[in-house]
Design a protein around this ligand. Structure first.
Ligand SMILES: [Zn+2]
Length: 292
């Protein structure tokens, strides 16, 4: 039996527990988005304690309390409702899905963050630019409730809404607030990777490519982010990056063994060019069929 209250989290029970409706296990990513800052006018992050009091003690805040408030800068976590209860951070219109209850669990996480927040003099544009402290522990607890490591509507990379009732009803995994039916919020804009190892997050080019793919692929039901045995574009790009790094290292090592007759730099440059050419071909393969 998984733990109703996340080990190590501060417990601030707001009461009013209520069962979920059953169905695919889900987790929802939010950011608190307390202030509207810009690159030209960043603003200081709101203190964690303010949000803790708002959701945990304020009569106006309790009705929208998530399960989890997560401070990605320090790793502090407060939990307001037990895992098997619904929490309250999603809008739920009359009829249709009961958003906050639409799963065996619907675990909602509010990351303490807004774009261009300032912490210790540094400005952060995206949640994934923060240290994401505490994420491995939080992810482990959410996994323990049967939420799979996948984004049925795609990992969030921007603040564009993409919602699909059918996917929501049928598919387990993580959803951005921007991907939940009957809602109009566009958060969280980005979210940390599922791996707890040293896999790099997407760089800016990869994120842009993925966003373009998503635009083309929303109506395409074959798309499955990190799906069952089918490699998607994100996986391909990351596998490719890993392979290129490994191959380059191997070639460098080999070239080193060949001795003084061989110009190591020339060999490495030739191999890197060959790999770069191959990368161009792979990205054509990925984008080609989806445009039809
Ligand atoms: Zn939200």
């Amino acid at each position: 039996m998984p733990a109703e209250w996340m080990p190590g989290a501060t417990r601030l029970d707001v009461g009013g527990h209520a069962p979920t409706d059953g169905g695919p296990a889900k987790a929802i990513g939010h950011i608190t988005w307390d202030r509207n800052a810009t690159p030209a006018a960043p603003q200081d992050l709101v203190p964690y304690e303010n949000l803790q009091s708002w959701f945990g003690r304020n009569p106006s805040g309790i009705p929208s309390a998530p399960h989890i408030l997560w401070d990605p800068f320090t790793g502090r976590i407060t939990q307001f409702l037990p895992a098997s209860s619904r929490s309250k951070s999603l809008a739920d219109g009359p009829g249709g899905t009961r958003t906050n209850r639409a799963g065996s669990v619907v675990l909602q996480v509010e990351a303490l963050f807004f774009p261009y927040c300032r912490v210790d003099g540094k400005v952060y544009a995206r949640l994934i630019d923060t240290p994401c402290k505490g994420w491995p522990e939080l992810l482990a607890w959410i996994r323990s409730w049967g939420v799979p490591d996948r984004w049925p509507m795609g990992r969030p990379v921007d603040f564009v809404s993409r919602r699909d009732e059918e996917t929501w009803e049928e598919e387990a995994g993580w959803y951005a607030h921007a991907q939940v039916p009957e809602n109009n919020h566009q958060d969280p804009g980005s979210w940390p990777a599922f791996t707890t190892e040293e896999a790099p997050d997407m760089d800016a080019t990869q994120a842009k490519q993925l966003a373009e793919l998503h635009k083309a692929l929303v109506p395409y039901k074959g798309w499955d982010y990190r799906g069952n045995g089918k490699a998607d574009a994100w996986a391909l790009l990351n596998n490719l990056t890993t392979q290129v790094t490994a191959q380059t290292a191997a070639i460098k090592a080999l070239a080193g063994q060949l001795g003084d007759d061989v110009d190591t730099a020339t060999v490495v440059a030739a191999v890197e060019k060959a790999i770069a050419d191959a990368v161009v071909k792979v990205s054509v393969d990925v984008t080609g069929p989806t445009n039809s």
